[in-house]
Design a protein around this ligand. Structure first.
Ligand code: ADP
Ligand code: MG
Length: 224
């Protein structure tokens, strides 16, 4: 899917305490792109990701997926669209502690009342190296394993797009590198569009297109 943001803005609060978290962001993400977005803390990275994925609404501008304005959808339509088209990976993993790895992975399908595809689950967990960990609870797994479970959960509904917000932020260097290599493989082999938000320049450098954001203003970084 082609994603197009036009003059996307987000203002939080009113009057004196107003914060312009995102300032007229315009850009396009083409199907199969691998994009990184870097910026200091508070620069608007998470806000941008929330708007791009339809988790939150902008105060200005518009956002289309294949030409369809997603903020014209009802809340219900928008969450259904999100469940089917977008996978999320977060810094804090966000696994449910009382569910096993497998139950966590299958959760998005449960929410969408869909049957799990056993073959695909097996394929995913092998690719992510967690096939022997599926019956474990999150606290029985290392950080890297928990993030790989979260990646499997992000992929289980076969979305076109993966949004990752600081996916290596809670991991040691080695596990972080493994997680990024896996995300890159998912982008290359499965053809998923990948948008990674990161503090880490090495992570950002793996992307095909790099953007930076400062005070809510997004600019593409020219490599040359
Ligand atoms: P980043 O992810 O780059 O650290 P954020 O997108 O979380 O930055 O935040 C951008 C700016 O918007 C910051 O100044 C932050 O304090 C502010 N902000 C974020 N979320 C809210 C909110 N829900 N209410 C008010 N201000 C917010
Ligand atoms: Mg953030």
């Amino acid at each position: 899917m082609k994603i197009e943001a036009k003059e996307l803005s987000k203002v939080y609060g009113k009057g004196e305490s107003q914060v312009m978290a995102l300032n007229r962001v315009s850009f396009q993400i083409m199907p199969g792109d691998f994009i990184s977005i870097t910026g200091p803390s508070g620069s608007g990275k998470s806000t941008l990701l929330h708007l791009l994925s339809g988790l939150d609404e902008p105060t200005g501008g518009c956002l289309t997926y294949d030409g369809k304005e997603i903020y014209s959808f009802s809340d219900q339509e928008r969450s259904a669209f999100r469940r089917r088209s977008i996978g999320f990976v977060f810094q804090q993993f966000h696994l449910l502690p009382v569910l096993t790895a497998q139950e966590n992975i299958l959760m998005p399908l449960l929410l969408d009342k869909k049957q799990p595809d056993e073959t695909y689950l097996k394929q995913l967990s092998q690719m992510l190296g967690i096939d022997s960990r599926l019956s474990h609870l999150p606290h029985e797994l290392s950080g890297g394993q928990q993030q790989r479970v979260a990646i499997a959960r992000a992929l289980i509904a076969k979305p076109d797009i993966i949004f990752a917000d600081e996916p290596t932020g809670n991991l040691d260097t080695k596990s972080g590198r493994e997680v990024m290599e896996l995300l890159r493989a998912i982008h290359e082999k499965m053809g998923k569009t990948l948008v990674v938000i990161t503090h880490d320049n090495r992570v950002a450098g793996m992307a095909d297109r790099r953007f930076s954001i400062v005070d809510g203003v997004l600019t593409e970084v020219d490599e040359r």
